[in-house]
Design a protein around this ligand. Structure first.
Ligand code: GLY
Length: 352
């Protein structure tokens, strides 16, 4: 089948990769393949640390458990190695109240995963780099993180190896008839395909008229390799990669303002040093800015038509949700299997 994917963030490229691997002829049209927020993401795979529950938890855990095989396939086809840390995420708490609430949530919702409660002296003994501020932690052993930049590089390489054509153009309108897309109109040319996948991230509103808006995130890169796991608290997340550490992330309602700011950087540095004081000695390498595709209820937005799928609004968890989002499209195209998540997270919820 000839498939056109509009958008080249992690969702678009993962979907392109899976469809091309299954033998389809795939073209990706993108305004700018370096622009997607996926390049700036912390890469945490953290359904439990993020405190998710209900449908969103089930969806996230399913995707988390697809990760090892997804990365195996991707590494084989791209011939790149992708940093994948599976030492867990240590969710830290700065007050008794916060800790008690998290323990209650975990006891009720997280029965199918292993986690350890670390309190007071026990936490300090196990984690000597921590300051005295966190009073307790929950170590979620199944969680981890990937290097999102490496993941994106690998997706581009794998797509190239599978002969996916990546074309720079901006699709500005979709001509539809009887629930089918007939033409995707770009600024440079028009595109016609058997099937379309719309993965336009934070830039979805003008094309799809869906309530997706940019949530600005600033993230820092510092030098260092002394940490073995993610330290996640309400004042910062400290995410070690192979030779550097990411410190994230601000969350700002600032439209598409791509400027790093003094206030943003200051709050990230303060938050990180309050958790791990020795980070004040680390060399600051860079500041990056990305735009999460936010939605009014923080859930993704899916939809299907006769010959298309919409897969947008992946907000804070695009990296985590990439394998399952790609699989939903693959299963639909290959087997006609329509995942129940197309209904759970259907775009129609905003027009009711
Ligand atoms: N997933 C963390 C963030 O978006 O900041």
């Amino acid at each position: 089948m000839n498939i056109l994917i509009i958008g080249s963030g992690v969702i678009g490229l993962s979907t392109a990769f899976e469809l091309a691997l299954a033998g389809h002829s795939v073209k990706v049209v993108t305004r700018n393949y370096e622009e997607g927020s996926s390049w700036v993401a912390g890469g945490m795979l953290a359904p439990y640390s993020e405190g998710l529950t209900g449908d969103l938890l089930r969806f996230s855990v399913e995707s988390l458990r697809l990760y090892p095989e997804f990365l195996d396939r991707l590494q084989e086809i791209s011939r790149l190695r992708i940093y994948f840390n599976r030492n867990g995420i240590l969710r830290l708490f700065l007050s008794e109240e916060e800790y008690e609430e998290a323990k209650k949530l975990a006891a009720k919702n997280y029965k199918d995963t292993e986690f350890e409660e670390l309190y007071g002296e026990e936490l300090r003994k196990r984690e000597p780099l921590l300051s005295g501020e966190p009073i307790a932690g929950l170590l979620f052993k199944e969680e981890g993180d990937v290097d999102a930049e490496k993941l994106m590089d690998a997706l581009l390489f794998a797509c190239e190896n599978l002969r996916v054509k990546i074309q720079v153009d901006e699709v500005v309108s979709l001509e539809k008839r009887n629930g089918r897309i007939e033409i995707a109109k770009g600024l440079k040319e028009n595109y016609v395909a058997d099937f379309y996948v719309l993965t336009t991230g934070a830039w979805s509103k003008p094309l799809l008229d869906l309530p997706v808006y940019p949530v600005k995130g600033q993230i820092l890169k510092v030098k260092g390799s002394e940490l073995d796991k993610v330290y996640y608290s309400n004042i910062s997340y400290i995410i070690p990669k192979e030779n550097f550490i990411l410190i994230g992330a601000t969350s700002e309602d600032a439209g598409f303002d791509s400027r790093p700011t003094v206030g943003g950087v200051r709050s990230l540095l303060e938050g990180a040093v309050r958790i791990i004081p020795s980070l004040s000695e680390a060399e600051l390498l860079s500041v990056k800015v990305g735009f999460r595709p936010g939605t009014p209820d923080d859930m993704p937005i899916f939809d299907t038509g006769e010959n298309y799928v919409v897969s947008v609004g992946h907000y804070r968890n695009g990296i985590l949700w990439a394998p399952i989002s790609a699989k939903m499209v693959l299963d639909l195209v290959e087997k006609g299997d329509r995942s129940p998540y197309f209904d759970t997270f259907n775009a129609g919820r905003f027009s009711e």
